[in-house]
Design a protein around this ligand. Sequence first.
Ligand code: NAD
Length: 364
Amino acid sequence: TASDSRTASSPQASIARLRAEIESHNFRYYVQDEPSVSDAEYDALMRELIALETAHPELVTAESPTQRVGAAPLAAFGSVTHAVPMLSLGNAFEAEDVLEFDKRVTDTLRSAGLLGPEDETDYFCELKLDGLAISLRYEKGLLVQAATRGDGQTGEDVTSNIRTIKSIPLKLKGAAPDVLEVRGEVLMFRADFDRLNQAQGERGEKIFVNPRNAAAGSLRQLDPRITAQRSLRFFAYSWGEVHGLPRTQHGEYEEPAPGTRQTSTLPRDTHGAMLAWLGDLGLPINVKHNRLVRGAAGLLGFYEEVGKLRASLPYDIDGVVYKVDALPAQKVLGFVARAPRFALAHKFPAEEATTELLDIEVQV
Ligand code: NAD
């Protein structure tokens, strides 16, 4: 097999080969919206590269796909520099990885004095929506720009396309800050995906591999009239730059509860409360499935629960995401090269992705 031949060659050669292979998959997935391998196959290559780089840290370079996010944006779109970089997420595939994550987080927070020696960490749990990440920039409450993640620093300007998505407010409700960057996922529901592929087939046009690629392909259109004909949805799950909060004397903006610790620039001190605030401004939040839990047992309970309802959701998810809820704790935990240390994506087994890809291969 490929990996047998890899183990036979030098670590340098194996690393170089894996990087080239992953880069080409990144290009097909992020730029062309047309992956040629399943996510499980891609994840396996990535894990093999991470294992080699962990064993040979001297071979890690800043250009390695393990250190970078996504792929460079396509020049056909205008480019947007993100005020706050858009990162990826660390991945876990096994319960063991989740226990390790919780232990690392909890130990750090206890030594920083943010948790008592017996206290457990509170986590905000979300579904890992399988779409594409988008940053929406609102100034004085008005949508002024929307960008893809791109390579995390620079994305593509897709403002005209984003404006065609009906659930994305062009104007925020109530008292909005001077600048608010909303981060979230654009996705296509399965029923809309089936309808789209059927129509594409009837017209003899491109059949999309899965809803994720259909969403990305529909949003990254140079002609927004095409995007307008596609049913795209949006859920907000985070934020980038936030500043110039509305004043309190008019009563539009509520102070944090007494005794809660407030970070200097944000109106709320937990991830969950920030999302509720975004919801109050009129942004779509996945309220139905977001949940606050305590400790590793809470995380694994959420994973199991979501695993059971996964098939009945109207959209694809490829896992769940755990985020340390307290924002001061997130700040202490900080970031590694391409992902925050305070969050983790716990992936579901990926049999489905492979089946979908095979089905399409049979059809065309
Ligand atoms: P990722 O999917 O592993 O995790 C980060 C992304 O998760 C964010 O950018 C955001 O878009 C998304 N997300 C969804 N719900 C979220 C939530 N509630 N909170 C925060 N983020 C949320 O990101 P990545 O770095 O783009 O990942 C690589 C993954 O993409 C791989 O694991 C692989 O499955 C897939 N991929 C596949 C191929 C292929 O050729 N098949 C190529 C490249 C990447």
